[in-house]
Design a protein around this ligand. Structure first.
Ligand code: ADP
Ligand code: MG
Length: 715
């Protein structure tokens, strides 16, 4: 009940905060005091001085010291947002962008989306008055497509640079160029003015506002002021960044850390989810007060642990049920993400189930116990095999240290590592940068669209392998995004780059308008962009199977997903004669529960659908439906995802054409038992087996017919 979702952590004062008027409310005083006590507060002046002195500054500071929330406010107060300029802060994770923006809006006493806002893929909360803008690194890359000089920004902060996401890496290379280009354009401008004292700009300004010319000169200088870059990192090793930026200055911010006792298990755990559950209850029942943070690998796992905790709680005696469970992961709607920050009801202990976003990106107050199974879901790509997979792997040592550190921010804490101590020694020191282990097609398409022709020669902070680059170029070529000369094709490549989707999804939409099934493909892409539409509680397995049977299509999972989406939409339309948003959401949630559909995921998919639909309409693609003629749609799947085709083998396993991998159909697929001869799939995951998920039955002859650029060569 205390989770009002407006992000200030205390419902009672939410209105005061919204209006930003009652500056003396206890809640505001508390926030002001929290801000003052952060390690970073005492170095505000010196930090600003350093920013003024250095065009590129590297700031290294322990997690929780206040970098992300405070530095943008310092810059704002120091005048870096004058003349309508914006301070932009990039985050590798959308959850961080969203929750931090809310926090900072609260700290400033303003409504989110005004002075402080965020922008992430499929969710924009900014306006013309936004001066402090949090966003994902991927989003800023996209902005550069529209505004190559990123001219509205006076400062860009690349936060969490130690995460080394592929977008962060590419962004740093790009920002180097932008900074150079902007300082050159200023110098050009000054030369021009020196040569011709009565340059047009000055005269016009004189006439427009009648100000004296020294003012104009000042204003002009500020408008074209150089771009300041700040690279922030939680890892103490600033050298890599400093070297990359030509020996840029690095400053350290001292953190504050209490001792954390580390506990290991005696033996390796066979079931880490179960081990985590047992540990959660041990802490809850035996340890003194303080909240628990558990690191899990993804939405599905978090949701299942959430259910299991709630089940077990009901079996505890009355007095011990005071445990509040709050999940936090990327796909959670923003207001629910904020629940993790709200204090538990009095007398309750909070247990936060988080993905590794809680490792460094966000700091949740009140954590005293950390439970770390030592695992993380990581993207990994094998360019040789052309296979991308999302697999659960052990964390690195530095991740394990960051995680345990979360227990010691406000007092001594405890960290339970769910693996034996000797395993820790075997961990890698740090995680390999993503750019070395992901499919590069997406960023290469972006770079091409930004006019970077020579991808192999791009100034990457760490170069991806030549093979990886060439494989991705090849894939883009096969998708028709690049010409024979390796140039961005027009219109297909350009259109693909404009869509905020992976290249094959973007291509699917473009093709679908030709196959007259864009409506169906839009739904498909939206549904494939979220995790786990179906939810199957273990104890209601049969019930769930029966309930979802009515959506199942004999053709496969794609059409099944379309059926779910449409059933939900039909259901809503029948009753939304005069329903408001909140009401219709409630109604939809009920429908989802009855049908064993994950309502959070469905809601997210509907959001995404709306946004991509906006994009394709702007692009002028023909929005048509193939009606009942799903043959068209399936053929379109082949034309789009031909790189993901697999043939059944004698033993019932499948061989993927492009990669030669032997895979199995995932048990969650509607085709699990049917096993058609030839399939198109969207996801290959490797757990104990290699599984394909989200698949549709197709005719193998279509491959050569619809994707001759690939299959004619193969035979
Ligand atoms: P850093 O970026 O150095 O890791 P942050 O600026 O993210 O540090 O966090 C600074 C402080 O702000 C932390 O003490 C954290 O607990 C607090 N904080 C951040 N977000 C919220 C929030 N949404 N609600 C309450 N406190 C928050
Ligand atoms: Mg931070």
């Amino acid at each position: 009940a205390n989770c009002n979702g407006n992000g200030n952590g205390n419902g009672k004062f939410s209105n005061a905060n919204r209006n930003g008027k009652t500056n003396s409310s206890p809640w505001r005083q508390k926030i002001a005091q929290q801000r003052k006590s952060l390690p970073i507060a005492s170095v505000e002046k010196r930090l600003i001085e350093e920013v003024r002195k250095n065009d590129i500054l590297i700031i290294v500071g322990e997690t929780g010291s206040g970098k992300t929330t405070q530095i943008p406010q310092f810059l704002f107060n120091a005048g870096f947002c004058n003349n309508g300029k914006v301070v932009g802060i990039t985050q590798p994770r959308r959850v961080a962008a969203v929750t931090v923006a809310k926090r900072v809006a609260d700290e400033c006493g303003v409504e989110l989306g005004q002075k402080v806002g965020y922008s992430v893929r499929f969710d924009d909360s900014t306006s013309n008055s936004t001066r402090i803008k949090y966003m994902t690194d991927g989003l800023l890359l996209r902005e550069a497509l529209l505004d190559p000089y990123l001219s509205k920004y006076s400062v860009i902060i690349v936060d969490e640079a130690h995460e080394r996401t592929v977008h962060t890496d590419v962004l740093m290379g790009l920002l180097k160029n932008v900074q150079l280009a902007r300082s050159e354009s200023i110098n050009d401008g000054q030369n021009l003015n020196n040569g011709n004292k009565n340059a047009n700009g000055f005269m016009l300004l004189d006439k427009d506002n009648g100000q004296n010319s020294s003012f104009d000169r000042k204003e002009r200088r500020e408008k074209s002021s150089p771009l300041k870059l700040i690279i922030m990192s939680a890892s103490l090793d600033a050298r890599t960044f400093s070297e990359y930026f030509g020996g840029a200055k690095a400053v350290h911010i001292q953190g504050r850390q209490f001792p954390v006792d580390i506990f290991y298990t005696r033996y390796p755990e066979t079931d880490y989810v179960d081990a985590a559950l047992i540990t959660i209850f041990q802490v809850h029942l035996e340890e003194t007060h303080g909240d628990i943070l558990v690191f899990l690998t993804g939405q599905e796992e978090i949701e299942s642990v959430e259910r299991l905790i709630k089940e077990r709680l009901t079996k505890l005696p009355q007095g011990s049920q005071n445990l509040q469970v709050v999940p936090i992961y990327a796909a959670l709607p923003p207001e629910q993400q904020m629940r993790a920050f709200a204090p538990a009801p009095s007398g309750f202990r909070k247990v936060i189930l988080a993905t590794n976003i809680a490792e460094t990106s966000i700091t949740i107050p009140g954590i005293k116990y950390v439970i770390d199974p030592g695992l993380v879901k990581a993207r990994s790509y094998d360019p040789g095999k052309g296979m991308e997979s999302l697999i659960v792997v052990p964390t690195s040592k530095s991740q394990a240290l960051q995680r345990s550190g979360r227990a010691g921010r406000e007092g001594p804490g405890k960290c339970f590592r769910l693996y034996p101590e000797n395993e820790f020694e075997k961990l890698e020191d740090s995680t390999m940068p993503e750019i070395k282990r992901c499919n590069l097609s997406n960023v290469i398409l972006q770079l091409k669209a930004l006019g970077v022709d020579d991808i192999l020669g791009f100034d990457f902070i760490e170069k991806p392998s030549r093979t990886a680059i060439i494989k991705s170029l090849e894939q883009l070529f096969l998708l028709g995004a690049l010409t024979d000369e390796c140039q961005l094709s027009d219109p297909v490549g350009r259109q693909m780059a404009r869509l905020p989707l992976d290249p094959d999804y973007a291509k699917a939409l473009i093709l679908a308008s030709q196959f007259n099934c864009l409506e169906e493909m839009l739904i498909t892409v939206a549904m494939l962009s979220v995790e786990s539409i179906f939810y199957t509680p273990r104890d209601k397995y049969e019930e769930a199977r029966t309930a979802t049977k009515c959506f199942a299509s004999p053709e496969g999972d794609h059409i099944t997903l379309i059926n779910v989406y449409r059933a939900a939409t039909d259901f809503l339309e029948k009753r939304t004669v005069e329903m408001n948003k909140a009401k219709s959401e409630k109604v939809l949630r009920k429908w989802c529960n009855e049908n064993f559909i994950n309502s959070r995921s469905l809601r997210h998919a509907r959001d995404i659908h709306r946004q991509i639909q906006g994009h394709v309409q702007q692009m002028g693609l023909k929005l048509a439906s193939c009606g009942d003629d799903m043959l068209q749609f399936r053929r379109c799947l082949v034309a789009s995802f031909f790189l993901n085709a697999a043939m059944k083998q004698a033993d019932g396993t499948y061989r993927a054409y492009a990669s030669g991998q032997v895979v199995q159909i995932h048990p969650s697929s509607v085709l699990f038992r049917k096993k058609p001869d030839c399939i198109i799939f969207n996801e290959l995951i490797q757990t104990n087996n290699k599984y394909v998920r989200n698949l549709t039955r197709v005719d193998s002859l279509w491959l050569t017919e619809l994707a001759p650029q690939f299959y004619a060569m193969q035979n």
